[in-house]
Structures are given as C-alpha cells and as structure tokens.
Design a protein around this ligand. Structure first.
Ligand code: SAM
Ligand code: SF4
Length: 335
C-alpha cells in the first residue's frame, strides 16, 4: 500500500486517500435536486482543466498517497476526451471508478474493460418512467435502465444511487430493494442534501431512520441483516436474507460520517474542496498553470478542513439555506 504523506492528513488525523475529480460542469440530464431550474453559469472553457492538467494534478495527489480516484461531473461520459482521461488515470497505481447517469454507458463498455474501470455507480431515482422524466426533466428512462442491465450482464457490480425525496419517490423504497432479490446489485438510498439552488427543505428529507422504518414494516426483522461496511464507507449496508444484492443508506444529513472522511474533491475548473459542504475552495489550477508547486496549497486546504460538514456542525446550521449559497450547486461539485 502507498504511504500517505503528511500533506494529505488533516488536523483531526483524517487521512485523505480518495480523490473525486469532477470532469465537466455540463450534463445531459437536469435533475431537480442537483441542477437549478434555470441552469448554471458555466465556467469559461479556458478555465476547465484539460486532460493533461487532470493527469498531472492527479499524479501529485497519487505521489502523496491517494489510492482511489472517482470520476464524476456533471456527466463525465459526455466529455469528448473522456477515453484519454480514463486511459491516463488508469496508468496510475489507483482504483479508478466513475459515477454516471448511464445514458451513454453502452458506448463505453469496451473502454471500461480495457482500462479496468471497475466500480460504476449509476443514478436512477425512480422505477417509474413518468417520475424519472419529472425528476430529471428528460426522457431517458429506458436507456438508463437498459444500460444498468447491460453493466450487470457484463459482470459489473453496479451501485444504484437514489436520492430520496419525501412524497416523490419514498413509496418506491421496497420496489428498489426488491430489485436485489435476483440481481447482485447494490441499491443506495441517499438522504437529500441541501445545495445552492436546489430548493431543499427539511420536510423533503427522508431520513435514515424513516427508511429503516419502512423496511421494517415490509420485511421480518430477522430477515434484514446489517452487513459489514468497508473502511471509510459512507453507507450503512444491509441485505435481505436470501437476496443476491444488498441495499444501503447514505445518511449525510442525519448521521454524517465526517469522523472517517477520507475524501477530497477537485472541481472541473481546478478548485480543491476539502469537504462537500465547504464554502471555501483552493485554486490549484491557476497556481499549476503558473508553474508553481501546488503541494503547499493542498496542505493548507486540508489543514483547514472542519471537523464536521464544512463547519455546519449542527442540524440547525445545515438547515440554514443562506449558508449553502456560499457553496456551489451539486452539478459543479460532483457528489
Ligand atoms: N451525473 C452523474 C450522476 O448523476 O451519477 C455524476 C454526477 S452527480 C452530481 C453525483 C451524485 O450526486 C449522484 O449520485 C446524485 O444522485 C448525487 N446528488 C446530486 N445532488 C444531490 C443532493 N442534493 N443530495 C444528495 N445527492 C445528490
Ligand atoms: Fe446530471 Fe448527475 Fe446532476 Fe442528474 S445528478 S443533473 S445526472 S450531474
């Protein structure tokens, strides 16, 4: 295992070995919880990291001990040079993975295989075509579903991300879990998180406890098994006895996992975010383009990381939407 250098360790002794790189601010969907209704102001193209810059900056993180890189966006697969980016990053000693809405996954199966891209997370918030269209503001339900099954056929262990919104898709919790009966899929329910422009409020949140209550009403207690979470896992994992797949809950709102956080985020325009909820960012790209050493900037950013959710250490603070207006919207962070 790669030795983790001090610059990736924060003042709470958390070691950051996982880098999420957002490749693009654009997307072929318009999910209401992620993208504001009127879209976003895109960064000028010249401010977006090129494929070479992504590779060179990633190498600096890997040299310092990053062992896992996840590509995200926007929609990472719509970037024209995505194959080159994957090829470059696959040459590093990291586990490379991707989060995608799967609309064009079928065009990339051979690329994923060639470059050993194993962990593929797919977003799908409803099993109902009409609702899918309502939440994504686009009509790609059949495409996404068929690509999920294509990945399964190709032996990928697909994780399906579902952002639960009260009164919208919380009545589909059991339907999603039932998908795990015959298919070795991982269903991940994500608590709806507040970001700039996504109209979050507490009443729309379906909490971890509420999800377990719904599960408890449907299945016998002894059939719902809590299973071991992987180290630094953000999800609490469960399995229904006899089912091939598993399900889990990512409870960033009601049960944050900040204590074991090992994640850093690099935005498409080269800003380092030390936390999903942080209001501040560190500009790596400008310094990199000026030929400066970016390691001290990385060290400073990590040293300044708050203990909990970018400093929103109470639910009251998290609820205060004025605090989120200082953060980006999710589409430009990448999850
Ligand atoms: N386009 C890709 C996709 O949708 O999978 C990758 C980018 S997307 C921003 C990454 C993840 O963030 C998705 O799983 C999405 O469900 C999640 N996400 C976006 N907005 C969210 C929110 N407000 N609360 C919780 N999760 C959110
Ligand atoms: Fe696009 Fe993913 Fe955001 Fe949906 S969640 S708008 S697919 S980036």
């Amino acid at each position: 295992m790669q030795e983790l250098k001090p610059i990736l360790t924060d003042s709470y002794h958390r070691q950051h070995s996982y880098l999420r790189i957002s490749l693009i601010e654009r997307c072929n969907l318009r999910c209401t919880y992620c993208m504001p209704k009127n879209g976003i102001e895109l960064s000028p193209k010249s401010n977006i990291m090129t494929s070479n810059e992504i590779f060179d900056i990633a190498k600096i993180f890997v040299k310092n001990g990053v062992t896992k890189i996840r590509l995200t966006g926007g929609e990472p697969l719509i970037r024209k040079d995505i194959t080159e980016i994957i090829k470059n990053l696959a040459s590093l000693p990291v586990t490379l993975s991707i989060t995608t809405n799967a609309i064009i996954v079928d065009r990339f199966i051979e690329v994923f295989k060639k470059y050993n891209l194993k962990n593929i997370n797919v977003s799908l918030d409803s099993l109902n075509r009409k609702k899918f269209k309502q939440i994504t503001r686009r009509d790609y339900y059949d495409k996404v579903l068929s690509n999920i099954y294509l990945l399964i056929k190709e032996q990928y262990k697909v994780k399906v991300n579902i952002v639960l919104i009260k009164g919208f898709n919380d009545n589909e919790i059991i339907d999603f879990i039932e998908l795990t009966k015959n298919v070795p899929i991982v269903i991940r329910f994500i608590e709806f998180m507040p970001f700039d422009g996504n109209k979050w409020n507490k009443s729309k949140l379906v909490s971890y406890q509420e999800i377990l209550d719904i599960v408890g009403l449907h299945y016998k207690n002894e059939d719902v098994k809590r299973i071991q979470d992987a180290p630094n896992d953000t999800s609490k994992n469960y399995k229904i006895t006899g089912y091939k797949g598993t399900f889990s809950v990512i409870s960033s709102v009601t049960n944050p996992f900040c204590d074991s956080c090992n994640r850093l985020r690099l935005t498409a325009n080269g800003q380092l975010k030390n936390c999903l909820f942080s209001a501040t960012e560190s500009d790596l790209l400008t310094a990199f383009r000026e030929g400066k050493n970016i390691e001290p900037i990385i060290a400073k950013a990590i040293g300044a990381k708050f203990k909990v959710r970018g400093g929103m250490n109470t639910f009251k603070k998290l609820e205060d939407t004025t605090l989120h207006s200082k953060n980006r919207n999710m589409i430009t962070i990448g999850g």
